[in-house]
Ligand binder design. Structure first.
Ligand SMILES: NC(=O)c1ccc[n+]([C@@H]2O[C@H](COP(=O)([O-])OP(=O)(O)OC[C@H]3O[C@@H](n4cnc5c(N)ncnc54)[C@H](O)[C@@H]3O)[C@@H](O)[C@H]2O)c1
Length: 445
């Protein structure tokens, strides 16, 4: 195994940039890589309280991948993740509080971004502008305008941007998608997806001093400044529109991604949504119960349902999708297994994943399955394969739940341009296409 020196890594990055620029007309430029396909990649991981630490740990276990740096604005989180990676690999990653400083490191090839949602697109922009490939957690953006910017940025800066919709790399799900395409249930015309959980109340927050170990200014980053409250960090920001995106993007992105993949659809023509904060009376702003329904131009429709506070399962699973077709149905209950039923509803075949059991937790679907997506990212940078979830796809799968939330928040039926998902003739809804940024923090192309 040849190790890349800083100079040869720079050379590798320069060569991939040059090779890629000749291919800009292609939608997903395959970055040619002139060295050994096994050369070492160094990643810097941003935001490691929970999912980010899991990703750092998975990346550190991949062959020829090094977690060279960790960045977190919470010094306690930073210390715990650095200790974990050092324990696992025997090598201590460099520590950063400010992602902009980490991105100045010449020896980092890729940014792995798992901070809160309001940071996803701005961090990805900083990453590609610093010449790094980016693995960004889902949802790739906080609002639709940011998602569109990322698609342009991947081309402009000729960098790979992979979203963390890891089901795109699950072999069983890939096989199910191929079977749908081959007509196993005739023409699939409707898909239903769901997510359920038993999340507790977040209570009513009190304004308190920012803890010593947290850089709240950097945590807020692109979001206009708000006073610190004690029921926001970590994790509960998900349920505040200012930083989070609700269950629709937190979990719906995964199932909506699979459903539109299976139906072969992109942008909807019509979107409706209903729901509310039904279970508790507290600071939680996004709906804890929500349905979103979409119509697409080719006589197909999708419905997604979430219950954040009632975990009652469907099809024996707290999450999943069902495809309905002219000659039967195909069920994917959450992980990498699937079932096919005939037009009378009778089970025809059950397909078990060849990857093994699912150990779903709140950080992912189990290491064996989730690592496949990271391997795909690393191997795509090395030019050995192409991304299973390039940002062109991730952007659309993020836009779908965003449109659902916009329909919910404005109480309107959205009519959309089927060529790009843009909202037609609805100024209140169009206002939510983007957001206000803290002065000096707006991402720019
Ligand atoms: N793909 C999946 O299956 C999956 C699973 C879980 C979470 N996620 C996604 O991962 C992201 C993180 O989720 P989480 O549950 O770990 O959230 P979390 O709030 O527990 O952790 C976020 C971390 O980011 C850090 N952070 C905030 N701003 C930062 C900045 N500017 N620089 C560096 N670090 C910063 C915080 O201090 C914290 O440690 C979310 O967007 C979530 O949707 C994806």
């Amino acid at each position: 195994m040849r190790k890349l020196t800083t100079a040869s890594r720079r050379d590798f990055l320069r060569k991939t940039a040059l090779a890629g620029s000749a291919l800009l007309v292609a939608d997903f430029p395959l970055l040619a890589f002139n060295g050994s396909p096994n050369e070492k990649l160094v990643v810097g991981v941003m935001g490691t309280n929970s999912r980010g630490e899991y990703l750092a740990s998975l990346f550190s276990a991949l062959p020829n991948v090094e977690v060279g740096a960790i960045c977190d604005v919470d010094s306690k989180v930073l210390a715990k993740t650095i200790a974990l990676i050092e324990k696992k690999t025997g090598k201590k990653p460099k520590a950063f509080t400010d992602v902009r400083k980490m991105l100045e490191s010449k020896d980092i090839d890729a940014l792995v971004a798992a901070p809160p949602d309001h940071w996803h697109a701005p961090a990805t922009m900083l990453g590609v502008q610093a010449g790094k490939h980016v693995y960004v957690e889902k949802p790739c953006s906080h609002n639709p305008a940011e998602g569109e910017m990322l698609v342009k940025a991947a081309k402009k800066y000729n960098r790979l941007i992979q979203m963390g919709n890891q089901r795109r790399s699950f072999p069983g799900v890939q096989h199910a998608m191929q079977e749908l395409k081959d007509g196993i249930i005739g023409r699939p015309y409707f898909a239903k997806g769901w997510y359920s959980n038993n999340r507790g109340s977040i209570g009513t927050g009190k304004l308190v001093p920012v803890p010593d170990h947290l850089n709240y200014d950097l945590w807020q980053g692109p979001a206009p400044r708000r006073p610190y409250q004690d029921n926001l960090i970590h994790y509960n920001w998900h349920w505040f529109w200012h930083w989070g995106t609700g269950e629709a993007l937190n979990n719906g992105t995964h199932e909506l991604d699979v459903m539109r993949w299976g139906l072969g659809v992109s942008f909807p023509t019509k979107v409706v949504s209903a729901g509310g904060r039904f279970q508790f009376k507290d600071d939680w702003q996004t709906p804890d119960t929500q349905t979103i329904t979409y119509e697409f131009p080719n006589n197909t429709a999708i419905t997604w349902e979430s219950r954040s506070c009632n975990i009652y399962p469907e099809e024996g699973s707290t999450r999943g999708v069902i495809f309905y077709g002219t000659q039967g149905s195909l069920v994917i209950p959450g992980g990498d297994d699937y079932r096919i039923h005939d037009e009378k509803g009778k089970l025809v075949r059950e397909v078990k994943s060849n990857v093994g059991q699912i150990e779903a937790t709140n950080v992912g679907m189990g290491e064996t399955l989730d690592a496949l997506h990271l391997i795909n990212f690393a191997d795509s940078i090395r030019g050995k394969t192409t991304l299973t979830s390039p940002i062109t796809e991730g952007q659309i799968s993020t836009l779908l739940p965003q449109l659902g939330n916009i329909a919910y928040r404005t109480g309107s039926v959205l009519h959309c341009d089927a060529s790009n998902g843009h909202i037609i003739n609805n100024s209140a809804a169009t206002k939510l296409w983007t957001r206000e940024y803290e002065k000096g923090w707006a991402p720019t192309l």
